[in-house]
Design a protein around this ligand. Structure first.
Ligand code: NDP
Length: 418
């Protein structure tokens, strides 16, 4: 079957290489991105290593008409969006116009948060929702009826987190609990790339996420915190002791909607002191701003300029050593008894590099992106409308994680986070 993959950055390159491994399913792949030379480079790298027929194209995914023309000329079974969250709505719109299934790894964000039209909707949603993050699912969920009527499926957020963490939640619900009371999502990166400061995925998206207010869901409402206000320490299997900080994260919103009876959901990510010091300093001097400034007659966006200075995440592979450990701790009840389990995956940066030439953050996102696309186009995870990962049967996805490089473990009675 034909797949159109949009974007050719760190995550996309892994998704493309994993689709090439599953060439019994993905017989033809079109890689389309803003910079076509990157697509050509990956296509050349895969020559002779896969039976899939790979072609490339240039596309500006901010433009619905360009996307529609590309989809109409290629006629893919599905579009996998691994460009940036800024392009989610234009790509969804093009999929709707061409009646093509849609898959992505991150929820919609507006690139220009000063845009008055977007701002008006945002301010209203802040009041309704109770968190101030610039991203939320409402923009994409609003397409549900339209996708349903068109008979096409949108699978949102099939990376690791969001993505696998929600599949873990559905799996825990299906096989281990009658009621899940709490979910703690722990995202630990024990890898070291040797730079004083670099981000493991797109710097703009990463720094916007980490420097924003934190929040968690408790007893039916959102509780907001200052950025990185809540800190805990945890001893991660395969990594060791790490400091982790509570962040706002998009899957909390969909899990709160779809895991019935859940009382609290939190998300923690590990950061070293060097990362935090650099980020605070950059924020204090205005380098994380998305508002354009005029510099010597030229308009520049500070965070985009910063991105140009930082190492490209897709080049971190050869120098990153260590492991990631990402998973969820669940507490709840089964047959009237209280219980807790921890489902997690450990991934080794250097093993990923050996296999696909990328570090583990791109790997742990690109593999689930491929798995989600595979389940949608095979019709295993496919229903008309817009859905998040926990709304499907988790078993085929969990099986595919084991098969395609992200094996997971279930630990009973883990150490809980206070
Ligand atoms: P990169 O910045 O490395 O890659 C983004 C790619 O999208 C680049 O190839 C870029 O083109 C392309 N692109 C950007 N704008 C356009 C446009 N207008 N038209 C066409 N192509 C465009 O990002 P990552 O690979 O690190 O991240 C990709 C996605 O994965 C992001 O949405 C990120 O949020 C998500 N992610 C999800 C995770 C999860 O666990 N769910 C974890 C990590 C990331 P160019 O080469 O010209 O810049």
């Amino acid at each position: 079957m034909k797949i159109l993959i949009i974007g050719c950055g760190g995550v996309a390159q892994v998704a493309i290489k994993k689709c090439c491994q599953a060439d019994d399913v993905f017989t033809e792949i079109l890689i389309a991105s803003r910079t076509k030379s990157k697509c050509d480079k990956v296509a050349a790298e895969m020559q002779g290593k896969t039976k899939a027929k790979i072609t490339t194209a240039k596309v500006d995914a901010d433009k619905v008409d360009e996307l529609v023309a590309l989809i109409n000329s290629y006629k893919p079974a599905a579009v996998l969006n691994v460009a940036l969250p800024y392009q989610d709505l234009t790509i969804m719109e093009a999929c709707l116009k061409t009646k093509t299934h849609y898959i992505d790894t991150a929820n919609y964000e507006c690139e220009d948060t000063d845009n008055p039209e977007w701002r008006a909707v945002y301010e209203k949603r802040v009041k309704e929702k109770g968190f101030t993050a610039y991203f939320d699912y409402s923009w994409q969920w609003a397409y549900h009826e339209k996708f349903k009527k068109a008979g096409i499926c949108a699978l949102l957020g099939t990376g690791f987190d969001p993505g696998v963490t929600q599949v873990f939640s559905a799996y825990a619900q299906k096989h281990y609990f009658d009621t899940i009371e709490t979910i703690d999502i722990l995202d630990c990166n024990g890898g070291d790339h040797g730079y004083a400061f670099a981000t493991n995925f797109n710097p703009e998206i990463n720094l916007r996420e980490v420097s924003a207010n934190g929040s968690y869901w408790e007893n039916g409402k959102w509780i907001e915190t200052e950025p990185l206000e809540i800190k805990r320490e945890y001893n991660f299997d395969g990594v060791g002791n790490k400091d982790m900080y509570l962040l706002h994260h998009e899957e909390i919103e969909s899990l709160a909607k779809n895991i019935k009876g859940v009382k609290r959901i939190r998300f923690f990510m590990t950061f070293g002191q060097s990362y935090i010091q650099h980020m605070n300093c950059l924020q204090n001097v205005g380098m994380l701003s998305t508002t354009p400034i005029n510099y010597e007659g030229k308009e520049i966006v500070p965070i985009q300029f910063l991105k140009a200075l930082l190492p490209d995440p897709s080049t971190l592979g050869p120098r990153t050593k260590g492991k990631t450990n990402i998973g969820c701790i669940f507490t709840g009840y089964k047959d009237g008894k209280k219980k807790s389990i921890y489902i997690y995956n450990i991934c080794d940066h250097q093993e990923c590099y050996k296999e696909v030439g990328s570090q583990a953050i791109s790997y742990t996102t690109g593999v689930p992106a491929m798995i989600g696309a595979m389940l949608v186009i095979k019709g295993i995870w496919n229903k008309a409308g817009v859905y998040n990962a926990e709304e499907f049967d988790p078993d085929p996805y969990m099986e595919a994680l084991n098969k395609y490089g992200l094996p997971w473990k279930v630990e009973e009675n883990p150490v809980l986070v206070d």
